[in-house]
Design a protein. Sequence first.
Length: 258
Amino acid sequence: MTGDRRVGLALGGGLARGLAHIGVLKVLKEAGVGLSYIAGTSMGSVVGALYACGLDLKMISLLAERISRRNWMDLTFPRKGLIAGERLEELVHLLTAGRSFSDLSVPLAVVAVDLISGEKVVIDEGPVARAVRASCAIPGVFSPVKIGEKVLVDGGVLQRVPASVVREMGAELVIAVDVGVNAGDYKLDHIFDVLSRSIEIMSRKIRQSQKGDADLLVLPAVDDIGSFDFQRVEEAICRGEAAMRELLPMLFNYLKEG
């Protein structure tokens, strides 16, 4: 279906809302739209990494439904973050079979931010699990991750949806999935919600300047799903499917034009 056009998929951050990415990938696969590149931020990096490793989407959905928080949340003395992030890295290492970026079936890049330089960092080499942990390190929630001389946190601080990154990888047609900037009427039940919502608010202005980076912007209706509403996996996936299915005619037109 994609013909000779190189299609790239940019998956944004959004914690539990990011599970909608699974639904988007399901619809693209069913429609025969092959992906040449994937870039992800935060939860987008998790889903992107599992898919790029060749995991079946049914398996990814099942994992999202059944993995308990205790499998990836390791609360720590809050020196630099409330969650250490080591369990998350171990889990991703297990699910990706310890792969490096060079081992992936689809080229992948994940986005983080260096606290030292204040710059966006695009990671596309080395261990996938370590990079994903860095991309997910929401300031104040997860401890920063040191890679080389860099001290890395969640890429959503500067680029919630890495559309420009997937374009730079070589994509001719960029599909971007944004699951969080307009997050709305959900309860702020604990500190995790407060911290993640603060990042979302900061991201709104940044997103305005990045709107033109994507050819097709997918906006799953997940505004009412809280950052840590991981019990609503099925809802998030279904809404991702619905949003992508609605835009398939437009996507097919873009592909024909190419």
